[in-house]
Design a protein around this ligand. Structure first.
Ligand code: ZN
Length: 226
């Protein structure tokens, strides 16, 4: 059962691919009755519902353009007026720039709301490259293995089914993972600076056990809604 909130929590969750952002957001949804709002889902829902802002977004996307910050904010404002968001929201994918962050602050102020926290799921890049790039699976039964952390008992033979065929995802290599992380840091740096400057940035070490990370996040949510 979700805990009772005394104040609407507006949270921003930042984290690179592989940091477990989706898993953690779902746990926060369950524990605190929050709603995760990702930009892509927001846009699709608004277009499908045919709201004014949704129609504007559709026109831009149909013309192959990028939906402006103003339209995204209008869609976010509409969505946050719906009753299921009364406990709070977890924003995922917006804001992406310091300019968008400032526009979000203005929207929240207009709504009588305040940003609870921008939470950065921090990863150790080198460890992340090792974790992701070492993954492979049995081609027959799908059992997951890892070069460093979970080798088959007999080299080259699946523990579960005895198959000797394994496969790796093409994008699970060190180079791709490294460049994904670099792109993430480059994109996110201005946001980190922005929220640090406002004293709203919280950092969570996202390299350990899922339950410990969830507990750290829950502690932050509690402090911003108490
Ligand atoms: Zn197998």
């Amino acid at each position: 059962m979700a805990e009772t909130m005394t104040q609407t929590a507006v949270l921003i969750l930042l984290g690179p691919p592989g940091a477990g952002k989706g898993t953690q957001a779902r746990m926060l949804e369950e524990k605190f009755g929050l709603v995760q709002l990702s930009t892509g889902d927001l846009l699709r829902a608004a277009v499908a519902a045919g709201t004014e802002a949704g129609q504007q977004a559709k026109a831009v996307m149909d013309a192959g353009g990028l939906v402006s910050d103003d339209i995204v904010l209008a869609i976010l404002k509409d969505r946050m007026a719906e009753p299921d968001t009364r406990n709070g929201v977890i924003l995922d994918g917006f804001p992406r720039t310091a300019k968008q962050a400032a526009a979000l602050d203005a929207l929240l102020e207009e709504q009588g709301l305040q940003l609870g926290a921008a939470i950065s799921l921090d990863v150790d890049d080198a460890a992340m490259v090792e974790r992701v790039s070492g993954r492979y699976t049995c081609a027959n039964c799908g059992e997951g293995y890892h070069d460093s952390f979970k080798k088959p008992a007999v080299a080259g033979v699946c523990d579960k089914c005895g198959s000797t065929e394994f496969k790796r995802r093409a994008d699970d290599n060190a180079e791709t993972v490294g460049s994904r992380l670099a792109a993430y840091h480059e994109q996110t740096a201005p946001l980190i600076t922005y929220y640090e400057g406002k004293g709203a940035l919280k950092r969570v070490d996202a390299m350990g056990e899922i339950d410990r990370i969830a507990a750290d996040l829950a502690a932050i949510v509690k402090t911003v809604t108490a």
